[in-house]
Design a protein around this ligand. Structure first.
Ligand code: PRP
Length: 209
């Protein structure tokens, strides 16, 4: 049986953009564009196999070797620190990790700051780097509700267009890490499938410019 190079792509709009980059790089798989619920697509001639994965799960597939390479957001890489190689900044899916709060929020430094977030490690690292004591409130979504309902003082979350904050009368206090999609590789795959992984990386790098 032929050994495929397994590529995990983040399901959704970003993944479609990333697939187009692979296609332009010469690593295509026409059947992926057929409208279906299928999750796996192969190009036997090229020896590659794409699969759609929930964006936040890509790093797990790659770390454990179920995928040889994949595309994951820098937010996920910072939050979970998976044991993978980060090969290339694809310069898409660009957004920022930011602290946000109610308009005119003033930090009372005599009190512990209550921070609601999905990104517990990123928030802890950020506040420890500026020496601020915090109480983390770990949520799974709709983070913007927390300051409105006084569950937290601020949130740490991804800001892309800023419209979610705006529509909830919140504003950015500080953007502290730029985020974008990264090409990542499983460490042992990189050792044993170096040639094809390096070729894909080089061709994608040309497209990124
Ligand atoms: C992210 C983030 C914000 C929103 C920001 O959520 O948590 O809610 O996007 O984008 P904007 O600045 O363009 O409004 P996402 O849509 O990824 O959904 P999730 O909460 O399920 O992760």
């Amino acid at each position: 049986m032929k050994k495929f190079l397994n590529i995990a792509l983040p399901k959704g709009r970003l993944g479609e953009k990333v697939y187009d980059m692979f296609e332009r790089a010469g690593y295509d798989c026409a059947s992926i564009k057929e409208n279906s619920r299928k999750l796996i697509f192969e190009n036997e001639d090229l020896g590659i196999r794409f699969f759609w994965v929930k964006p936040s799960d890509v790093a797990i597939y790659v770390e454990r070797g179920a995928a040889d390479i994949g595309v994951a957001g820098k937010d996920i890489l910072l939050e979970y620190s998976p044991e993978v190689y980060e090969l290339l900044d694809l310069n898409v899916g660009k957004c920022s990790m930011a602290v946000a709060g109610k308009k005119n929020f003033v930090d009372d430094r005599t009190k512990t700051l209550r921070v609601a977030t999905k990104f517990v490690n990123i928030a802890k690292n950020y506040y420890s780097s500026i020496g601020r004591d915090i109480d983390i409130i770990a949520l799974n979504g709709s983070i913007e509700l927390a300051p409105i309902l006084d569950l937290s003082d601020v949130i740490v979350d991804i800001v892309e267009t800023g419209s979610t904050l705006k529509e909830n009368n919140l504003e950015v206090i500080e953007k502290f890490v730029p985020i974008s999609a990264r090409l990542i590789a499983n460490k042992s795959s990189f050792k044993f499938k170096t040639e094809i992984i390096e070729d894909i990386t080089a061709k994608l790098a040309e497209i990124v410019g």
